[in-house]
Design a protein around this ligand. Structure first.
Ligand code: PGA
Length: 251
């Protein structure tokens, strides 16, 4: 079964409004549709203008990097899925390791956010991945399994089939240390096997599983050519138009 290939950029807390808009426009100019999807995960401030700038693009979509689990109301500083959808973004990154670590987002909270995103008709890009200590202890598959069980496995088959998963080993994020193509493949195959066990082979085969952690123009092609690596979630290298365009061109 053919799965959607995706190069998703996660800008994190980078780029002023003007810089972000320029980056989005530049990516639109430097790339053309190649069958894969490009997704730009921008800060909330940038979402509407980036969506507007890309509204005629047939290969670039926009993601928020987080959302509230609440619908609306007295939640100072939060952003709802209604707000995100109202400006034209279609994806929401959930459970990034930085949000799990620095903002103490639990599996239970991420399960609620996932429900909220899906109920609005948006698509979650659900992140999972182990820290170095877990990798060294050899329990990384069990660790990721627990994250999937806690955040996603309450979903029924129909809802689950909309999810995009990003496997991001924490030891490879922003460190310049990339998981080897073999390590990424091994883990992402293990994730697909878990999905098959829970939801059946068809759903598992149809789910896009991205790899994240120091993806660069120089390693994207080899990573993306692994059978269970359907693209990447890219931090640092998504901040430069030439680099991210090259990564998109690696499919
Ligand atoms: P990196 O970040 O590409 O800078 O390692 C990836 C991520 O955190 O999504």
């Amino acid at each position: 079964m053919s799965r959607l290939k995706i190069a998703a950029g996660n800008w994190k807390m980078n780029k002023t409004f003007e810089e972000g808009l320029e980056l989005a426009k530049s990516l639109s100019e430097k790339t053309s549709a190649n069958g894969a999807l490009m997704i730009l995960g921008t800060p909330f401030i940038h979402l509407k203008s980036v969506c507007d700038a890309l509204k005629d693009s047939d290969h670039i979509k926009v993601a928020a990097q987080n959302c509230s689990q609440e619908i609306s109301g007295a939640y100072t500083g939060e952003t709802s899925v209604d707000m995100i959808a109202s400006v034209g973004a279609e994806y929401v990154i959930l459970g990034h390791s930085e949000r799990r670590e620095y903002f103490k987002e639990s599996d239970a909270l991420l399960a609620s956010k996932t429900d909220r995103v899906l109920a609005k008709g948006l698509i979650p890009i659900f992140c999972c991945g182990e820290p170095l200590s877990i990798r060294e202890a050899g329990t990384h598959v069990a660790h990721v399994k627990a994250q999937l069980e806690g955040g996603l496995f309450h979903l029924d088959e129909d809802s689950f089939s909309k999810i995009v998963i990003a496997y991001e080993p924490i030891w490879a994020i922003g460190t310049g240390v990339t998981a080897s193509p073999e390590q990424a493949q091994e883990m992402q195959k293990a994730i697909r096997d878990l999905l098959a066990e829970k939801y059946g082979k068809d759903v598992a085969e149809g789910t896009s599983i991205l790899y994240g952690g120091s993806v660069k123009p120089g390693n994207a092609k080899e990573l993306f050519s692994q059978p269970d690596v359907d693209g990447g979630l890219v931090g640092g290298a998504s901040l430069k138009a030439d680099d991210f365009a090259a990564i998109y061109g690696s499919f």
